[in-house]
Write a protein of this length. Structure first.
Ligand code: NAD
Ligand code: LMR
Length: 330
């Protein structure tokens, strides 16, 4: 029997990530080749016309899995019945702007969207926040959706994860699929910590295979952590296709499960694991089983890692305290 369509709401649909994302969702890459989707696009009123243009192009692709497109400028309507919510719409960081500056600008968007999700989402709703500062925007949305299990609110560090895979593969002259168990800890920001101490390269410990602490400290970690800024510098705009790709990877794995013998990186509400204060939306190594994320437990954290995880978590606490002060969360 044919599956019922899944309602996928995408905010910021007329933006550059939206443009890279929507066609891949409609072609079946988000949920799988046997799952029809209904797209519900949310934009601000000034950008609705542009979203309509994108919808025309989606029509023109005649995607067999695309069961409908609706466009809204009202979050309550856009999130009504939503199964998968991709919160992309936000103000992107531009040259010279620090992510901290974005807290106030974006905080106001995610409270009302959390309320709208709380009011109208389907019981199985899954939320991925891409718009920056993603972890704290997810925290704000989650705080406004008290009826939805907190763990359904995630923020995206999959792009950082993929960047780390690619940098390590280049260093060791292997393919990205030869690498398993990469981890991004903490915030989707320059304080994030890409950890190779548990990663494996063709079954061998990655840190041992690299055997070069200087490269790890002075090249690998900063390259991954500052890649977003490097892309902005080079392109004059923040990453779009790679961000859309990571969003696809994140939701696909969440719904369909992560491969055996591997894990991925997901920012999700902490249960206190690895000393990360409960409730902070921080990146962890995670597997998806039966449609739910589970934090990988029992990893030994060495001193090198501990200090870097703690620094990123401290930044998340500061962001949380700042949005609390602004009255965006309790
Ligand atoms: P963009 O400016 O091209 O598009 C953003 C879109 O969001 C615009 O069309 C705008 O009209 C819309 N928008 C703004 N407020 C909205 C609201 N309240 N409701 C609905 N739509 C709204 O930006 P982009 O390049 O697509 O990036 C989007 C966000 O993703 C930025 O915050 C960017 O920093 C972030 N980002 C995150 C990652 C990550 O790895 N987590 C990676 C890249 C970019
Ligand atoms: C990225 O990692 O590419 C983006 O989050 C950068 C940004 O600040 O928009």
């Amino acid at each position: 029997m044919a599956k019922a369509p899944v309602n996928v709401t995408v905010t910021g649909a007329a933006g550059q990530i939206g443009y890279a994302l929507l066609f891949r969702i409609a072609s079946g890459q988000l949920l799988g080749a046997d799952t029809p989707v209904k797209l519900r696009l949310l934009e601000i009123p000034q950008a609705v016309k542009a979203a309509e243009g994108t919808a025309m192009e989606l029509d023109d692709c005649a995607f067999p899995l695309l069961a409908g497109i609706d466009i809204f400028d009202d979050p309550r309507k856009a999130f009504d019945g939503v199964n998968v919510a991709l919160l992309v719409g936000a103000r992107p960081r531009t040259k010279g702007m620090e992510r901290g500056d974005l807290l106030e600008a974006n905080g106001g968007i995610f409270g009302p969207q959390g309320e709208a999700i709380n009011a109208g989402a389907a019981d199985d709703v899954r939320v991925l926040v891409v718009g920056n500062p993603a972890n704290t925007n997810a925290l704000i949305a989650q705080a406004h959706a008290p009826d939805i299990p907190a763990e359904r609110f995630t923020a995206m560090t999959r792009l950082d994860h993929n960047r780390a895979l690619s940098q390590l593969a280049a260093k060791l002259n292997v393919g990205v699929s030869d690498i398993k168990k990469m981890t991004i800890w903490g915030n989707h920001s320059a304080t994030q910590y890409p950890d190779i101490f548990h990663a494996e390269v063709n079954g061998r410990n990655a840190a041992e295979a690299v055997n070069d602490e200087e490269w790890l400290r002075d090249t690998f970690i900063p390259t991954v952590a500052k890649r977003g800024a490097a892309i902005i510098e080079a392109r004059g705009a923040s990453s779009a296709a790679s961000a859309a790709n990571a969003a696809i990877d994140h939701v696909y794995d969440w719904v369909n499960g992560t491969p055996e013998g591997d894990w991925t990186s997901v920012a999700l509400p902490s249960d206190g694991s690895y000393g990360v204060p409960e409730g902070l939306i921080s990146s962890f190594p995670a597997v998806s089983r039966n449609g739910s994320w589970e934090i990988v437990q029992g990893l030994e954290i060495n001193e090198f890692s501990r200090e870097r995880i703690d620094a990123s978590v401290r930044e998340l606490e500061e962001e949380r305290d700042a949005v609390r002060k602004l009255g965006l969360i309790k």
